[in-house]
Design a binder for this molecule. Structure first.
Ligand SMILES: [Zn+2]
Length: 245
């Protein structure tokens, strides 16, 4: 290779000629931003680029199917699988990584509500970042507002939860992320989040335990300091007929 050819390579390899995943990764690296499975990277994706990314994922899934020795040419059930899986990952089950946060209008607390508010159960659909297996469960949120808190509509809790959960992650980090989003918007005196979920990587593979549920919680502010408030939240969130504990 002559030196003049070498010198031209950076121009040929301009950002536009890279696959979309590498362009996005380069922007993330340049900005010093993480791209863990549960990070939202919407700010680093340009208009129209998500379609390109979905096409790239489709090509890679097709390669995985080939590596699994599945004859996608002749098996009519698998012919469109790469396209379907790419769409499912990018536009559905992991869209919380690629889409900006839902718009959440906050209202001033004009009635100066300062009583415990409980929202839930909110349906959780997520996936573990270890196996990309589904994680299905429920979330309860407890809010103790103060006069300066912002209030958000009931449906917005579900939309924010869905945005945070639609990423591959581990449950312990998922509820911390959800608590951070809620705390930043509502600025309450206390915030509690409890998540109870069933992990399909324990049912479908591994120990194949069908009964196992994982429950964890985040308690902040008043919920940390006030054991009675914590108890009130935990007892009120119990559904009728459910075994406590
Ligand atoms: Zn797993």
């Amino acid at each position: 290779m002559t030196p003049s050819v070498v010198a031209r390579i950076p121009q040929i390899d301009s950002l536009l000629n890279l696959p979309p995943s590498q362009r996005i990764r380069k922007r993330l690296l340049d900005a010093g931003q993480r791209a863990h499975a549960n990070d939202n990277i919407a700010d680093f994706i340009e208009e129209g680029e998500l379609d390109e990314l979905q096409n790239e994922v489709q090509d890679r899934i097709q390669e995985v199917l080939q590596a699994l020795v599945i004859d996608t040419q002749n098996d009519h059930n698998s012919r469109e699988t790469a396209r379907r899986v790419a769409r499912m990952f990018v536009r559905e089950v992991f869209r919380g990584r690629y889409e900006s946060a839902p718009r959440v209008t906050a209202f001033p607390n004009v009635s100066q509500l300062n009583e415990l508010m409980i929202v839930g159960p909110i349906r959780v659909r997520s996936a573990c970042s270890h196996h990309l297996c589904p994680v299905m469960g429920e979330v309860w949120v407890g809010v103790l507002p103060n006069a300066e808190s912002a209030l958000i509509g009931l449906s917005k809790y579900a939309r924010l939860c869905d945005w945070v959960m639609s990423r591959p992650q581990i449950q312990e980090e998922a509820i911390v992320m959800l608590a951070d989003e809620l705390e930043r918007r509502i600025r309450p005196d206390g915030l509690a989040v409890v998540m109870e979920a069933s992990h399909f990587c324990m049912h479908w593979r591994g120990v194949k335990d069908d009964g196992a549920l994982m429950t964890n919680s985040v308690m902040r502010g008043a919920f940390l300091k006030d054991a009675a408030l914590r108890r009130e939240f935990l007892s009120l969130r119990q559904k009728p007929g459910r075994n406590p504990g």
